[in-house]
Ligand binder design. Structure first.
Ligand SMILES: [Zn+2]
Ligand SMILES: [Zn+2]
Length: 164
């Protein structure tokens, strides 16, 4: 086997793009009943256009505002099912704070800037990081699975507070 003849990654296909129809299809195929509550959870992520993470508590609050009677533990269970199916990914950005977001394809991956004081999370994209990640992975003979980058710092608001 020639390590240098590795074929390039498949180009993005329609099956890789997450749409409500595909989410439903995947859940049905995997034998998980897409309950109204799970549909509503997915709708929250889709409303955020692939670029937003939510905590289980936030999801619980949003659903409550929509008049949905659902317990936090049901939200957690639904999230875990969707993580297992590869629809969502779990991010532990700050200690003890878990977020969930729609799993995006590697070529569309974004990175996170996290404030260690207040836990604020901001997202950014950078082609240079994506390129270096792909290059290093290739050079070392790895196949790329995930390449998200997390940067920790103190946000301007918290810096202002520290200065008094
Ligand atoms: Zn994110
Ligand atoms: Zn902060």
């Amino acid at each position: 086997m020639d390590a240098n003849s590795a074929s390039p990654p498949d180009p993005p296909g329609p099956q890789d793009l997450i749409s409500p129809g595909i989410l439903k299809e995947t859940l049905n195929r995997e034998g998980f009943r897409l309950t109204v509550q799970r549909q509503k959870i997915l709708a929250l992520f889709e409303a955020n256009a692939n670029r937003h993470h939510l905590s289980a508590e936030e999801i619980h609050q949003y659903l409550g505002k929509q008049g949905e009677k659902i317990s936090v533990s049901t939200v957690y269970r639904a999230l875990h099912v969707m993580v297992k199916l590869g629809l969502l990914q779990e991010l532990e950005l700050a200690e003890g704070r878990k977020y969930y977001e729609l799993k995006s394809p590697i070529w569309e991956q974004h990175h996170h800037l996290v404030c260690v004081q207040c836990g604020d999370v901001q997202e950014f994209e950078d082609d240079a990081i994506t390129e270096v990640t792909a290059q290093e992975t290739r050079n070392r003979g790895f196949s790329l699975l995930d390449g998200q980058f997390t940067v920790y710092g103190i946000c301007p608001r918290c810096q202002g507070r520290m200065e008094g």
